[in-house]
Design a protein around this ligand. Sequence first.
Ligand code: FE2
Length: 265
Amino acid sequence: MPVASRPRKRRNKPLRLLQFTDLHLTGDEEGRVKGMATLASFERCLEHARRHHYPVDAILLTGDLVQDDARAYLRLAELLSREEVPVHCLAGNHDLPVEMEGLLSREPFALSPVVQSAHWSIVQVDSSVDGAAHGELSAESLAFLDDTLGRFADRHALVALHHQPVPIGSAWLDAIGLRDDAGLFEVLGRHPNVRVLLWGHVHQAFEGMRDGILLLSTPSTCFQFVPGRDDFAIDGRPPGYRWLHLYPDGAIDSRVVWLPEDEWP
Ligand SMILES: [Fe+2]
């Protein structure tokens, strides 16, 4: 994966983030989804990140934390109980938002949609639609985003959501992406402080630019989908995650990390 945008001044300390997405954890410890033991797979990603990319300032979980099973939130809470930094969670199409809010209500979890640092704000918007695979942003969500970006206009902004807001060139996935993406980009267009849009859902790495905004998607911590295929197909690529360094001057350094083969579950 190419470098997103090279920081100009490395001496300035960045905000350090880790993104894990599409964990698809099951309620049963040995549960598998598409043949992958998702709990073990996320654990391996977490251990890898702890060895190679800690310390960090915050962790983002960008949806599909569980596979339609609320018991899996308890497993997630166990796995992350010793984290010393906030873990920010977004709902995806396989999440149960009410149960998620109830079961992840304690530290280190933080369901607040806005994260602030001296130079950056991270704004999370919920694109999940009850009972549907595609995503939508309600008028309230767009108004909230517009208002938040305006209130913190003096800081750079990263906006995170679950569904892809641009086509990624895979017909079956693009049919279940974010609908009315024009509404989102209309809001973003009013705020020149927005630097990055970050999402999950597509189980693959993607990098692009639109209107000066860096577009990033991240592989799942379990199974991946084959990029560029119009029909559903599982990829043979390993579990993955992403780190991001957000610099005070607005520069971004970010990489996708693929789990080495000998660390697959
Ligand atoms: Fe997913």
